[in-house]
Ligand binder design. Sequence first.
Ligand SMILES: [Zn+2]
Ligand SMILES: [Zn+2]
Ligand SMILES: [Zn+2]
Ligand SMILES: [Zn+2]
Ligand SMILES: [Zn+2]
Ligand SMILES: [Zn+2]
Length: 465
Amino acid sequence: MRLAPNYQLPIAEALAVLEDSAVDRFPVDLHAIQRQFHKLFQIRSYGMFMKTHCTSREECSHYLGSEDGAAVFDGHGRYIVYYNEEKRKQRTRFTIAHEIGHIFLDHHREHGISILTANGVGQDLYGRLEKEADCFARNLLCPAYHAKKLLDAHGITRGSNGSDGWARTKETRITENLETIFYAEDLVETAFDVSTAAAKARVDFLKADMNKYASYQMDWEPTSHIRHAAAWYCSKCGLERFPGSSYCSECGRKLFVFQVNPAGFQYREAGMNDNKQFSPCPVCGNKEFSRDAGFCKICGTPLSNACTHDATHLNHPEARHCYACGKPTVFKQTDYHFRVKQSLMHTIEGDPSMIYKSDIQYDPLTNKVDECPRCLNETFSEGAQYCRICGLELVNKCIPEPVEGQNGYYYTPDPHENLPDARFCEQCGAPTVYFQKHGILKGYEEALRELSGKSAHEDDGDIPF
Ligand SMILES: [Zn+2]
Ligand SMILES: [Zn+2]
Ligand SMILES: [Zn+2]
Ligand SMILES: [Zn+2]
Ligand SMILES: [Zn+2]
Ligand SMILES: [Zn+2]
């Protein structure tokens, strides 16, 4: 009879169970595994055992040979995993994973026994079976590959002489500017939702398990896509921390916690183009900007949300506090913040930038229209500034606000030239003559309203009642 534990099989079996159950995130959902293998085993609490067998909890623990849990084999191929629901959740998760390990490692059948106990199989053999089931549980709940990846992402490596354990040795994208102190075991405990003791065992056996991957050519590849639900969140408002942030962009707090947080939230994914302009515009969805544009020509929103303290600190459009220094962002002082938030609620399907497509032709050298967009006159004299039929400006300029000069007097700066479809100036954000003065262009809100009104109308025919 073999008394030396074989650790290759438990690791391989754990990986196979994860793959078969299509587990796609950590912490592992044991119910998903049970559903996948519902013909093989059921999971029941000690309370249910006590009810059906009319026993006390003590008698139940005594019968099952454990205060934590046990797998009972029916002799034909089906099992019931019992767990003591009065233990801590993390401990129970490990217990259930351990019992599932006995099932997949075929320990009951191997010894022709319905409940594995030290009395039943003898102390030495029992020791071997327990070690193998623990190894299975460890690699089911926190596979070595994924634990290693988690630690790598946080700059935690193993000391070269082994006895130093796993410690932070370098900065990574995630840890940059993160002032919170954390240890390998904390991350493992949270990310995999296991007890402190199990997290410590995972870290302690990490090197050994990784070595087994290598020496037995274990195929962890099919599980490599499993993601972590745990992340760093603001301790106050629950916003997920951006890598590199010192301060929460939503509330300005400096304290972040690593947790699996169903109540945590993320800002909407926001793109930025090569010119460091928001793209698409976070308010109206427009994507067409001049290279040097500072404002969206459709809705007038600034194309970056800089810090009021240091203009090189560029923030997410939803941010009110600078990620780098905690000072207010430009958007915080204005109603842009409100408009960005509001546009989130009215996200329109498809590509909203399409509705702003302009068919006004113009000369790219002079920015002059080829045809008057108001009266459709096409003939202009050389150097003409205005349409000779209706008097419209041939170049769509902005209408700048008066500004205070150095001597205290107000003056109106020279207007900027803009393309004929601009509602707002790309240089200064002021409204344009085609938009505000003449009403030739529709505002983005009106365009969006029309678009949503139109699609609602078009959908009418499809409603079956
Ligand atoms: Zn066991
Ligand atoms: Zn916050
Ligand atoms: Zn815009
Ligand atoms: Zn800043
Ligand atoms: Zn005209
Ligand atoms: Zn301007």
